[in-house]
Design a protein around this ligand. Structure first.
Ligand SMILES: *Cc1c(COP(=O)(O)O)cnc(C)c1O
Length: 398
């Protein structure tokens, strides 16, 4: 492999870049995870997480990837043979569905063309038809990372309320939490599923469930087998800052620091930054004359943009060129859109000049790989970024 100077310019939509502050926080000595110092840190983390999920309830942390947090949400709330309503919005929705099937849950999967999110009208209709309330949960991936499409969870909730149906609402926010506005309590979400390695800026290894009172009540009677994932003992031990088994201590040091960083910037500013970068990215893609996967502007993702290469041109070859020449990994096309799509991650610890570098790498890659496109994508993105700063600068000076 050719030698590359400098850091790898990681631009995949998760794991995202881990900031120096988090890396340094994690390089601390191991302490007793049943001792007072760890208990204090842990209580601060559990409290801080509530602000990020926007819940007054409880958030539990598992040492696991996002997939474990999916499983935990299901096994704690459902019983064998229970029916759930799912939306096949992309590869992650497909994997969640497959996992539910393996657990003995019966998923009714609403197909989509992988270019739009869960349709609130379809949810209302399906729930209204379900007079016997056989559907126990509606499961939605908030931000479908494989397509760059964000489902409208507030509208999903309204649709469920209009249908007056008691199903639980389970939402995967693995690539949206701390990047895109999300409100567990206000939107009436029952279980929010998250992971450490995307908007939370940590390495992979932590999974989260935010749990509503209704979900907690459901967990008392849910009959799917569970041991490691059981909420009860976790919530009981968390009350004093401890865990039923050894927590991922160093990731929790990192999470403590990541929460500090999110608070310093302010969550609303974090969301605005992600919005700015996603808009700039789309302007670049439009100027190149390429097409993004998301079709509905209300569903454009602020954390990842998935882009089609023109028919007959390999997205994987483009990614290989950009990796070899510029040491920049881009997200691969997953499942149905493999080799047709490349994905630009613009989430987590990310700034304007990182975006400029990312788009420059893509633009040069398009030229080198011989993919038909127009010049001027980077310039279009920079014009937009410049204009937003100019407005803010004039406002300060005035
Ligand atoms: C990354 C991701 C997952 C999978 O998480 P793992 O940590 O790989 O298990 C699930 N859902 C979404 C939306 C994701 O972006």
């Amino acid at each position: 492999m050719a030698y590359h100077s400098g850091r790898q310019f990681l631009q995949i939509p998760g794991p995202s870049n881990t900031p120096e502050r988090v890396l340094r926080a994690m390089s601390s000595p191991t302490i007793d995870h049943r001792g007072p110092e760890f208990g204090r840190l842990s209580l601060e983390v559990l409290e801080g997480l509530k602000g990020v999920f926007k819940t007054a309830g409880r958030v539990v942390i598992f040492p696991c990837s996002g997939t474990g947090a999916w499983e935990s949400a299901l096994v704690n709330t459902l019983s064998p043979g229970d029916k759930v309503l799912m939306f096949n919005t992309g590869q992650f929705a497909t994997l969640w569905e497959a996992l539910a099937g393996k657990l003995g849950i019966v998923a009714e999967s609403v197909p989509t063309d992988w270019r739009r999110g869960a349709d609130p009208d379809v949810i209302e209709q399906k729930l209204a038809e379900d007079k016997s309330h056989s559907i126990k949960a509606v499961c939605v991936v908030h931000n479908e990372t494989s397509t760059g499409v964000t489902s409208r969870i507030a509208d999903v909730r309204k649709a469920m309320d209009r249908a007056k149906h008691p199903a639980l609402l389970l939402v995967d926010t693995i690539s949206s939490l701390a990047s895109i506005d999300f409100r567990h309590d206000e939107w009436g979400v029952d279980v929010t599923i998250a992971g450490s390695q995307k908007g939370l800026m940590l390495p992979p290894g932590l999974g989260f469930n935010a749990i509503s009172d209704k979900a907690l009540a459901a967990s008392k009677t849910a009959k799917l087998q569970k041991a490691y994932w059981e909420w009860g003992p976790m919530i009981a031990q968390n009350a004093k800052g401890y865990y039923p088994y050894t927590p991922a201590t160093h990731l929790l040091y990192g999470l403590h620091e990541a929460l500090n960083m999110l608070n310093e910037e302010g969550l609303e500013n974090v969301f605005a930054r992600h919005k700015r970068h996603s808009e700039a990215t789309r302007r670049a893609v439009r100027a190149w004359g390429l097409e993004i996967v998301a079709v509905d502007p209300r569903e454009y993702s602020d954390s990842v943009t998935a882009v089609f290469t023109p028919t007959g041109y390999s997205a994987d070859e483009l990614r290989q060129v950009v990796l070899d020449r510029f040491n920049m990994p881009l997200g691969t096309g997953l499942g149905r859109v493999q080799n047709k799509v490349f994905r630009i991650g613009h989430l987590g610890d990310f700034n304007d000049l990182m975006l400029a570098g990312t788009l420059a790498g893509v633009e040069m890659g398009l030229e080198i790989a011989g993919i038909p496109h127009n010049q001027g994508g980077v310039a279009a993105a920079l014009d937009y970024i410049t204009e937003t700063h100019k407005q803010a600068f004039s406002a300060v000076r005035a």
